[in-house]
Ligand binder design. Structure first.
Ligand SMILES: NC(=O)c1ccc[n+]([C@@H]2O[C@H](COP(=O)([O-])OP(=O)(O)OC[C@H]3O[C@@H](n4cnc5c(N)ncnc54)[C@H](O)[C@@H]3O)[C@@H](O)[C@H]2O)c1
Length: 423
């Protein structure tokens, strides 16, 4: 473990940046957390965390000790030894949008000093670190990467809500534009995480991250397609997956769901397919197919609900539908790209009276305009013509739901009963 402690800047205090900044402060670095969102900075400075994996008590401890200082002021970044870029890399009209990474890199370039290190953690296509970030840093600083400063890429593997594989226990891939950069970046993370995995080039680390996400994306799409066909064939897909999972080698179970969400799966594979298309003139067919299947799962959920209501002699129009779980992932409050948004929009468009409940999600859709929010009380459940369990948060009492609901479409197979159907 490295013992050298530094002045660290973490640019972007989101799901990736905040846990890293707090951990870096806990191991003894002096950390500036720079974020352009002044409201977020204010809340963090008051010790209020909005991320489940960083309890407010942990945040408050490093803020109070002065080890971690959130700031929305760029000059707070001056004098850094190590800066980590953890800003968003979304899609804009289906194309990679590196504008946040560029803004962060150009800002850091102004404060870059000889001997300092810049690390990119934001997910992007292979080539981003050397072809984009390096020139942004060199242009803005007048320094030469590899000679005057270190630069590399280290993908984040954070899995919100996973208490077994945390930032600390999950091995971290590290890379650099030259040997000195790999060594500097490896040293920094050796003090933060238990295991570092050096690779030969930033493009290898960038590709590794996208392989991991594309692997999940494609396998989820595959099992989703199985689920649709298995239902048509009147075979229990869940029992079949359990049976297949008894094979001790060569199989890894994935489960069907209402679609994919969050910042990673709907977005990252598209960065690679864009790159492949641009650089090689070829389409990445697996990614396109997986996108197509996963993006249509909300339509399938709605079709299943229509059939179920139809059996009960009810049209969707005028039916009261309660969505349980608006986050894309169990026990988290992250509703970005959540399939629940699309399900709500489709049902509302068909004239259903849709309500949503989620104890974790603070803000849903376009600032809560997508569906009215309710508490999942037994009265609310029994008043609904149908309940869709979109996300199986532990906070939901499935016995109570089964007891009071007239019909449940369970997208996660956590319930059973005569009034319950699984996806
Ligand atoms: N969320 C995950 O589970 C996860 C996992 C692995 C990798 N990633 C990748 O990590 C990156 C960050 O994702 P996230 O989920 O933490 O995003 P996020 O939206 O939660 O947080 C990003 C933060 O960056 C801030 N920001 C935007 N522009 C900025 C700028 N120019 N300077 C400083 N701050 C700025 C935003 O205000 C926000 O607080 C993305 O590339 C994502 O693909 C995310």
């Amino acid at each position: 473990m490295s013992t050298e402690l530094s002045r660290v800047v973490v640019a972007g205090l989101g799901y990736v940046g905040l846990p890293l900044a707090v951990r870096a402060a806990e191991v003894g670095h002096r950390v500036i957390g720079y974020d352009t969102d002044a409201d977020r900075v204010k809340a963090l400075d008051a010790g209020e965390s909005y991320i489940e994996d960083v309890p407010s008590s942990r945040l408050a401890a490093v803020v109070d000790s002065g080890a971690f200082r959130p700031s929305a002021v760029t000059r707070a970044c001056a004098g850094f030894d190590v800066a980590v870029i953890t800003v968003p890399t979304p899609l804009r009209e289906g194309l990679p949008d590196l504008s946040y990474v560029e803004a962060a890199a150009r800002m850091l370039a102004r404060f870059l000093r000889p001997g300092a290190t810049v690390i990119v953690e934001s997910t992007s296509y292979p080539g981003t670190t050397t072809e984009q970030v390096l020139p942004w840093l060199e242009d803005g600083s007048g320094l030469i990467g590899g000679t005057d400063f270190h630069l590399g890429y280290s993908p984040e593997r954070i899995d919100p809500g996973n208490s077994t594989w945390t930032l600390v226990s999950t091995p971290k891939i590290v890379s650099g534009i030259d040997a000195g950069s790999v060594a500097a970046i490896g040293d920094f993370y050796a003090g933060i995480v238990e295991t570092t995995v050096p690779v030969s080039a930033p493009s290898v680390a960038e590709l590794a991250k996208i392989i991991e996400n594309t692997f999940r994306h494609v396998n989820i799409a595959l099992i989703n397609e199985f689920a649709v066909f298995a239902h048509g064939l009147k075979i229990d897909i869940w029992e079949a997956i359990d049976a297949a999972s008894t094979k001790p080698f060569g199989f890894m179970p994935f489960t069907p769901g209402p679609g994919v969400g969050g910042h990673c799966l709907p977005v990252d594979p598209c960065y690679l397919s864009w790159r492949v298309e641009r650089a090689l003139g070829q389409s990445f067919r697996f990614v396109e197919l997986a996108n197509d299947i996963n993006n249509h799962m909300p339509d399938y959920v709605v079709r299943r609900l229509m059939l179920a209501l139809n059996k009960r002699g009810r049209p969707v129009s005028g039916s009261r539908v309660l969505l349980l779980g608006l986050a894309y992932k169990k026990n988290t409050g992250d509703a970005r790209e959540s399939p629940a948004v699309r399900i709500a929009q489709l049902l509302t468009g068909m004239g259903a009276d849709v309500r949503g409940a989620d104890p974790h999600v603070a803000e849903f859709g376009l600032r809560d305009t997508v569906v009215p929010r309710v508490e999942p009380t037994s009265a609310e459940i029994s008043r609904a013509d149908a309940v869709i369990l979109v996300t199986d948060h532990d906070a939901f009492d499935t016995d109570e739901i089964a007891q009071h609901a007239s019909y449940v479409l369970d997208c996660r197979r956590v319930m059973s009963g005569d009034n319950v159907e699984s996806l």
